[in-house]
Design a protein around this ligand. Sequence first.
Ligand SMILES: CCCCC/C=C/C(=O)SCCNC(=O)CCNC(=O)[C@H](O)C(C)(C)COP(=O)(O)OP(=O)(O)OC[C@H]1O[C@@H](n2cnc3c(N)ncnc32)[C@H](O)[C@@H]1OP(=O)(O)O
Length: 264
Amino acid sequence: MASKIFVRPISIAFNAFRNYSSSSKLVDVSINDKTGIATVTMQRPPVNSLNYELLIELNGAFQDLGSKKIKGAILTSSLKTIFSAGLDILEMYKPKPERANAFWTSLQDTWITIFNTPYPTVAAINGHSPAGGCLLSLACEYRVMVNNYTIGLNETKLGIVAPFWFVASMKNTISNRESELALTSGRLYKTDEAFKVGLVDETAENKEDALAKAEKFFSRFDAVNPIARFLTKQELRGKIVKVGRKTFIYKIFRKFQICMMTRI
Ligand SMILES: CCCCC/C=C/C(=O)SCCNC(=O)CCNC(=O)[C@H](O)C(C)(C)COP(=O)(O)OP(=O)(O)OC[C@H]1O[C@@H](n2cnc3c(N)ncnc32)[C@H](O)[C@@H]1OP(=O)(O)O
């Protein structure tokens, strides 16, 4: 069991993970001292919608874990039926330019951090996971999803065009053909449907089952050199990150706003 201290420690230079736990308002991080597995839990009721503050905390949590010798990290939610409802709609409604700029940058940074971690990652999807929620899970290396929820990039249904790296994350996980069908129709998959197309790797009965399956994933790397593993991950994901970095999302958001204004 991980013990809890409710202070967020600054990065620890030596590689100790023993007894590490930190909880801020929106994200809880704990590391099991026996397994070396970290669990990052989003806790922003009612739906874990991704606002600037949650994204900053998430990004910080995954970055901090890079300085510890962990076996892997699980991303999950404290909420009973929601993993994440995606981007906080309020961040998109009449935003002040500085806030909007900071918000979109934090989204892009968080995606890059999670997509590119040196350690293995699993999303234990214990509830609905539309749009930005789905993106967060796609940034992880493996997805285990509890039955009877929904997941997908439903942006087109909302009149939004999913940016390049949303699309690239999907195509990194399922086929180009399935991505095209899913994204153009804004499809939300039920858990079993998502499993059939490979959008999730395993299904689970409940959150505990999902966490247990997530933990098991990490044992695949017991006999694998971690540096070789990370360099291989970079080889596979590096190009997407490079182009993702160049696509400054705030500019796309401005285009989206102009597009919506001209339609009215
Ligand atoms: C360049 C532009 C790129 C943009 C890419 C965009 C990506 C995105 O992520 S856009 C956001 C897309 N999200 C969605 O479409 C999800 C919308 N929400 C839902 O489908 C549902 O709320 C649910 C399945 C997540 C949960 O359903 P349920 O348990 O029935 O809860 P409620 O619908 O009653 O919601 C409770 C409460 O939460 C508010 N809320 C829901 N989603 C969001 C959100 N994304 N942002 C902010 N607030 C959200 C909802 O309005 C309710 O509020 P109250 O009425 O005040 O209780």
